[in-house]
Design a protein. Structure first.
Length: 272
């Protein structure tokens, strides 16, 4: 089993996990449709994918815009004739107390990208995924499984994604389309240093707190995502602070106040 001639759409593919996953799949001969807002950077990623042995098209796509998501899927089908896998990876995050936000519309912005962006792409890809009996891979976060004050909007968007795809999984089970939820811990992509602050501007986020912390590399996370997606696994967790990720849903159920204290201390130390 490999991604040879396997048609995959990856959102948020201009950097970080999306970029690393594009290279991983291209090395296996995948046919890729890469979506992101930064088209120049995306074209560079697509060109490298072609040198690695895959095919790749770059499509300018802001996933918060429904029409962009429709165009991303449409250009994929026009280029390759089908869709085998959709990877909903695009995302933004925040680092601010809710009460400190200059404008609560920041929460709407995060929901538009992280949740509705995945919904829009899924809506337009689903008819084609039914034809190929394909797969949807959703890049979520371990922040959804622990208590993370300072990231209210981000966690809300990941909770919404989880609930939506749990319901959708049951709806499309008879169509042969499967769904994997990836709950990832800290990945060394610089994402933590681009968190939106109370003003809605990119800030240093928790990058200082993560200095010296063991983080998974983008390449390792890409290999994990590629393997688990091809195997059609239902749920994948990665470790946090040396503890297995699957443990945290149980801790949240059995010891919520303990997790809350840890989360609050992390927020207080972050100076927000």
């Amino acid at each position: 089993m490999s991604y040879h001639r396997h048609v995959s759409i990856i959102t948020g593919a201009s950097s970080g996990i999306g970029e690393a996953l594009a290279y991983e799949l291209a090395g296996q001969g995948a046919y890729l449709a890469l979506g992101a807002r930064r088209i120049d950077q995306l074209e560079t990623v697509a060109a490298k994918c072609r040198t690695l042995g895959g095919k790749a098209i770059a499509v300018a796509c802001d996933v918060s815009q429904q029409a962009d998501c429709e165009r991303l899927v449409g250009q994929t089908v026009a280029e390759y004739g089908r869709v085998d896998t959709l990877v909903n990876n695009a995302g933004i995050t925040m680092w601010s107390r809710f009460a400190s936000l200059k404008d609560p519309a920041l929460i709407d912005q995060i929901m538009q990208v992280n949740f509705l962006g995945a919904v829009y792409c899924t809506y337009y890809a689903l008819p084609h995924l039914k034809q190929s009996r394909g797969h949807i891979a959703n890049i979520s976060s371990m922040a959804d499984k622990i208590i993370t004050p300072g990231s209210t909007g981000y966690v809300a968007s990941k909770h919404a994604m989880e609930s939506f795809y749990e319901s959708l999984r049951a709806e499309i089970a008879d169509d042969g389309v499967t769904i994997t939820m990836f709950y990832l811990g800290f990945i060394d992509t610089g994402f933590a240093g681009r968190m939106l602050d109370a003003e809605g501007k990119a800030s240093g986020g928790i990058s200082q707190q993560l200095a010296g912390t063991k983080q998974m590399s983008p390449a390792d996370s890409a290999r994990l995502i590629a393997t688990a997606t091809l195997a059609r696994r239902r749920t994948v967790y990665t470790p946090v602070s040396g503890l297995p990720g699957w443990l945290f849903p149980w801790l949240k159920l059995l010891a919520p106040r303990w997790l809350e204290r840890i989360g609050k201390r992390f927020m207080d130390e972050g100076g927000i």
